[in-house]
Design a protein around this ligand. Sequence first.
Ligand code: NAD
Ligand code: UD1
Length: 337
Amino acid sequence: MNILVTGGAGFIGTHTLIELYKAGHTAVVIDNLSNSNPESLRRVAEIIGLPEIPFYKVDIRDREGLEAVFSKHKCDACIHFAGLKAVGESVEKPWEYYENNINGTLVLVDVMRHHGCKNIIFSSSATIYGDPAEIPITENCPKGQCTNPYGWTKSMLEQVLMDIQKADPEWNVVLLRYFNPVGAHPSGRIGENPNGIPNNLMPYITQVAVGKRKELGVFGNDYPTPDGTGVRDYIHVCDLAAAHVCALHAIDRKCGIGIYNIGTGHGYSVLDMVNAFIRVNHVDVPYSIKPRRAGDIATCYCNPAKAAAELGWRAQYGIDDMVRDSWHWQRNNPDGY
Ligand code: NAD
Ligand code: UD1
């Protein structure tokens, strides 16, 4: 298939491009580069062994720009990564988040249907479960209250896409609810490249390890978890990328609506991650215990059985691979791209 990849220059998009080409698909990337650098796509091409990846610097809110891409390239499906994703920033700038993520998706989907492309794989998030009603989380777990506008954009866009499919059954909508993506391509050439101070755990650990930050703050050690620190379902980004290729099978089978948790099913605490990082990489990560972070929950991990049964997808990488590949990328690229 030929796939339109929105946000393809970003962290998960770049890794997914590699998996798409490995599986025999081709891609066209659009990205406004608001949170990425075209160097990432140059490196993807280098890893795949192509002169370049077709790329357009287009914003998903730019109808004419999208029209031009769809007129030039016949696309069978869209993998839709483009969006703003910083939780704290979304609290400061809710209008910008709703406008970019929701308006952007509405314009994208409208242009898609005008061009007869009615297959979409959407990047959703475990955050839509709020404080989850059950652990491990299955897809039947009710959606919850999000603690920030970013989370609400994901929750609302799931509803928007399902309603569009309900009204026009020619659509196939796959909602992938990602748990916590970490790691990097084993080549060490592409990886996560956060702007400014990282919000998420793994990029913070790697920046402490490489000497860019003094110490990690562990946000709370009084949660009802085995060691008191928060437990999450960390997933290697290459496994997550592969899930998108498997999700194309659901589209092939005309799934209508498909909703899948994409995680490993294992919960690791903050200290599990820090200790694995130190053990595998033989590098120190100084840390101190800080108060809980507002909006955090104690435990979040999934039951990924539905993705295994229906998509044939299972995570292959473990915690040691995750911390090794995260470090490999950071050590080789201390200042990102
Ligand atoms: P990323 O920021 O690295 O990639 C997103 C890309 O989208 C960036 O390259 C950015 O420039 C682009 N973009 C943003 N707004 C755009 C617009 N209006 N038009 C065109 N391009 C635009 O983020 P990522 O980690 O690769 O995440 C990809 C998707 O997965 C996002 O939708 C994110 O919300 C979702 N997600 C990420 C995580 C995570 O922890 N990384 C977890 C759950 C869900
Ligand atoms: C966060 C977002 C979530 C988003 C997800 C994407 C919040 C409240 N939630 O989830 O909406 O979908 O990222 O991956 O921001 N931690 C520390 N010190 C740090 C950073 C994190 O102790 O410097 C802890 C956190 O308290 C948490 C765990 O590490 O227990 C993971 O945190 P993080 O990587 O930010 O992910 P989430 O909070 O799960």
